[in-house]
Design a binder for this molecule. Sequence first.
Ligand SMILES: [Zn+2]
Length: 132
Amino acid sequence: MGNITKQLRGKCKHFTGTVEKQCKAGMVYDEVIKRKELGDIGCMLRLPCTGKAVGSITRDNAVLPCDKYCAFTEAEIEQEQKDWDRTLELLIKGLSPCCGAEIDTSHVITEGKHKGHGQRFCSKCHKVVFIV
Ligand SMILES: [Zn+2]
């Protein structure tokens, strides 16, 4: 927790994680990794988004190129780190990272075996801040 600089270095800024079907630049992951042509086995190893060198091989899978690959610049990494630090600072104080408003805990379960679980909302914009 805290330092995200290392995680961002080399990573494509369009990458959204592979739970999504495509990235922010509109590239479909299955097409980037040629899932249809090359098969499922080790397909994630062919993904260039996390900053692995194109052509480098892990367990018979070479990292494939992507036209939209665009790594974070050092300045952007610095900015992301600042934003993240601010987010953590606010959360530690019990404030929402979006507005700096108080966190609304009225939906949190107060009894029974799920005590403490539930969604936390921003009291100002009502966005979900986090779920426990
Ligand atoms: Zn808010």
